[in-house]
Write a protein that binds this ligand. Structure first.
Ligand SMILES: NC(=O)c1ccc[n+]([C@@H]2O[C@H](COP(=O)([O-])OP(=O)(O)OC[C@H]3O[C@@H](n4cnc5c(N)ncnc54)[C@H](O)[C@@H]3O)[C@@H](O)[C@H]2O)c1
Length: 354
């Protein structure tokens, strides 16, 4: 059903050129009392000069800059940003433009959602991960007490504007990270997208506004149908229950992984769970494992124990009434949510993948 509806999905603008994005932005910022541009150190040097040249009006903006890295998506930095907004006398009609990856769009969206009970913001995502996932769907968030995204809001941006030109300066590993989420969109909802991605050279994605747009269409369609994650939005958690556990464990061991790489490992694990539950055929699971291996290598789960995994799975936001609920593929291009998985099924799966 999702794939059939994708053609009509209303997804945010993907602009082939920065000039087009800039002139569109110019019309959107008019009428706001004050403009703020949030960047991290990398997007300030790689993306801001391009953006300022494409939209001269932004030269009047107040710049807000943070250090790069997921650690900065936290309450302390949010507090510093609220202080900056207060010092510059930002009122309720101020606008924040988030220019950066998922850390910037999550943090800037969160700051905007709570300042004076909510001001407007626009996302201009600059990583493949943020363009195809983090900046779409209206979820904002920060990490707290070493748990990722545990504090946050639903506060959609005024709009999200995307231009693949920003990806030219992105590290290869970051392109791979975004590709993991694009593959997930194909796996859960769009077999044609999956088929078009399986043999791609990740570097080619810089010139594939069409594939980026189709991946965004999946996320936009699902999040528009179910903005508050009561039903089909849970499908987007495919690969994430185990992926978050792997990501959190890697951080705890001082060997952090990119979010996308952890999600790819989570997808490999959860597809094996789906096979064990009879939701996937042997052939479908083999195809998924082969594709994920070709981009990310075999998942290294050698240091992971069931106790480690369960510690994080127990905290998962998707659990209900002490049941562990997963979103699992039911084929290539289809998936189911609220599939109950027991601890012993997780243990057996982990053993089979070691
Ligand atoms: N809200 C959601 O629905 C959602 C969904 C998925 C992920 N996320 C969040 O997104 C974050 C991950 O996003 P990310 O992978 O974009 O991480 P990120 O924002 O940390 O960006 C990765 C790195 O790339 C750098 N960078 C960004 N754009 C660049 C460019 N154009 N050229 C060169 N360097 C650039 C950044 O400075 C950073 O060092 C996580 O915090 C995750 O929880 C949120």
């Amino acid at each position: 059903v999702i794939a059939e509806n994708l053609k009509s999905a209303d997804f945010p603008g993907v602009f082939e050129s920065l000039a087009d994005l800039g002139s569109h932005l110019e019309s959107l910022v008019a009428g706001h009392s004050k403009l703020f541009v949030l960047t991290d150190e990398n997007t300030l040097s790689c993306c801001w000069p391009k953006m300022a040249a494409a939209c001269p009006l932004l030269n009047e903006a107040h710049m807000l800059e943070i250090d790069p890295g997921d650690d900065n998506k936290c309450l302390e930095i949010a507090g510093q940003l609220w202080s900056c907004l207060l010092e510059t006398k930002a009122d309720r009609n101020a606008l924040i433009i988030n220019l950066g990856g998922g850390v910037i769009t999550d943090l800037g969206g969160f700051v905007a959602s709570a300042y004076k009970r909510g001001i407007a913001y626009i996302n201009i995502p600059t990583t493949l991960m943020a363009q195809t996932d983090a900046a779409i769907g209206g979820k904002t968030g920060i990490n707290h007490d070493r748990i990722k995204n545990v504090v946050g809001t639903f506060h959609p941006p005024k709009t999200t504007l995307i231009c693949p030109v920003f990806l030219e300066t992105l590290e290869y590993e970051e392109l791979l990270s975004g590709l993991a989420e694009m593959l997930k969109h194909g796996l859960i909802a769009d077999k044609t997208l999956w088929n078009d991605l399986v043999n791609i050279n990740p570097k080619e994605l810089i010139n594939r506004a069409d594939l980026i747009g189709r991946s965004i269409a999946v996320k936009t369609y699902i999040t528009t149908e179910d903005p508050h994650e009561k039903g089909i939005r849970k499908l987007l958690n495919a690969g994430h229950t185990i992926g978050h556990a792997i990501e959190s464990q890697a951080v705890a061991k001082g060997k952090p992984l990119s979010h996308g790489r952890a999600v790819a490992m989570g997808m490999a694990f959860e597809s094996t769970l789906a096979l064990a539950k009879g939701l996937l055929t042997q052939d479908e699971n083999s195809e998924i494992q082969t594709v994920l291996n070709s981009f990310f290598g075999p998942p290294d789960l050698s240091e992971l124990t069931t106790e480690d995994l369960m510690q994080f799975v127990l905290n998962d936001k998707k659990n209900q009434h002490d049941k562990f609920l997963f979103a699992l593929p039911t084929g290539i291009g289809t998936a189911a949510f609220d599939v109950e998985i027991k601890e012993d099924e997780i243990a057996t799966c982990l053993l089979s993948l070691k």
